[in-house]
Design a binder for this molecule. Sequence first.
Ligand SMILES: [Zn+2]
Length: 238
Amino acid sequence: MKLNFPCTTCFLNGRKNIESAIDITDDGVYEVKCENGHYSIQLIRNEKYEILFDLGMLALNNGFAREAVSSLASSLERFYEYATRVILNGFDIGAEEVEKTWKLVSNQSERQLGAFYFMYLSMFKEVPTSFPNKKTSFRNNVIHKGYIPTEKEVFEYADEIYNYIVKFTLNLKERLSESMEELFQERLNIIEEKFGRDVSTPSYGTILDKSRPITVLAESSLAKEYEYVKAEYLMYSK
Ligand SMILES: [Zn+2]
C-alpha cells in the first residue's frame, strides 16, 4: 500500500499537481522525489494508529476480513501508546525519561494498557472505560486460533475500536491539544536534525483523523467513513 504525495515545489510554481506514490513507512517519514526532480522530506502529521486503522478498513473492503483484524487490533494498541505519551507530556515529563520508561513496557501490550489506564485516571480523575472483553476475545480467536470472520463481524469490531478511540481523542483534544502538538514538534525536530534540512508536514484525512474539529469528530461514524473507503476516497494507491 502506498501513500500519494503532492509536490509542493511544483504546486508553488503553478504546475499541475504532480503526485508521487510511496510505500507506507513505519516512522511516518517520506523522501519524496517528483518527476520534475524536486526532492523533499515529509513527516506526516497522522499518528501510526490512524494509518493502521485505515489499513485495516482497506483490507476489509478488499475482502481480507481476517487480515483486517490484525491491523485494527494494532491500531488500538498504538492508540493506547499515543494517549499515554500525550498525557505524560501534559504532566511535563521529559521525552528522554518517557522513552527510557517506555522501553520497560515496550514488549508487553498488557503492561502498556495498564499504563494507559492509570495515566488516564491521573489526568482526568475518572475511571477509563475499558474496551469490551467480548471484542478482545473475538480478536484473540481470529489472531491466535485461526477463526475466519465475516465482513459484518469485522466491521462491528472496527466500529467498537472507532468509537472507543474517538471518545478518548475528544477528551485529549479538549484538555491536551497543546501536548498533542508538542509531541509532534518533538518528532519533527528530531527528523529535521537527522536530515539537516526543513521537513514539510502534510496531514492526511484518515478515518480517525484527529486534526478535525471536535464538533466534526463527535458527529462522525464509521458507517459514514466506510462509504468513503468503498468509494476509494482515501489517499492510498496499491
Ligand atoms: Zn515537483
